[in-house]
Design a protein around this ligand. Structure first.
Ligand code: DAT
Ligand code: MG
Length: 135
């Protein structure tokens, strides 16, 4: 069965949205098969966001992702990679569709890096790579 990495980022944890976000995953029909609250090292974050190294928002992104604990989840189900990205919504929470996690629960807080509550792997290759980093 397909698996994806879901992260509830520090903003989601700080805003007490862990339950709401997991509920949306479960209501969609996906199963949580592994889960932990973790404060990742710089090495873990650098591996996770290797594709963004050198971009203008890279350092703010690393700082934001280090600003508090993160919930890491292995979510399972048929086509869960695509399905979780769909219920998460697009990257920018200001314009993410209503009904999505980012669209309903997120907004622009005026920060350099977009704070958008969740991460979801974007392909089977990313999911395999990221799950190895976090679990
Ligand atoms: P996603 O999380 O939707 O897969 P991504 O992988 O392109 O988006 O970027 C990772 C995170 O970096 C994203 O969740 C928020 C932040 N980010 C992306 N593009 C940004 C930008 N242009 N300005 C500020 N932050 C950005
Ligand atoms: Mg991404």
């Amino acid at each position: 069965m397909e698996k994806t990495l879901v992260l509830i980022k520090p903003d989601g944890v700080k805003r007490n949205l862990i339950g709401e976000i997991i509920a949306r995953c479960e209501q969609k029909g996906y199963s949580v098969v592994d889960l932990k609250l973790t404060s990742p090292s710089r090495e873990v974050l650098a591996a996770h966001y290797a594709e963004h190294e050198g971009k203008s928002f890279y350092e703010p992104l690393m700082e934001f992702m280090s600003s508090g604990p993160i919930v890491a989840i292995t979510l399972q189900g048929q086509r869960v990679i695509e399905g979780f990205r769909s219920i998460a919504g697009t990257t920018d929470p200001t314009t993410a569709a209503p009904g999505t996690i980012r669209g309903d629960l997120g907004r622009d807080w005026g920060t350099t890096v977009v704070q958008n509550l969740v991460h979801g792997s974007d392909s089977p290759e990313s999911a395999a790579r990221e799950l190895k980093i976090w679990f």
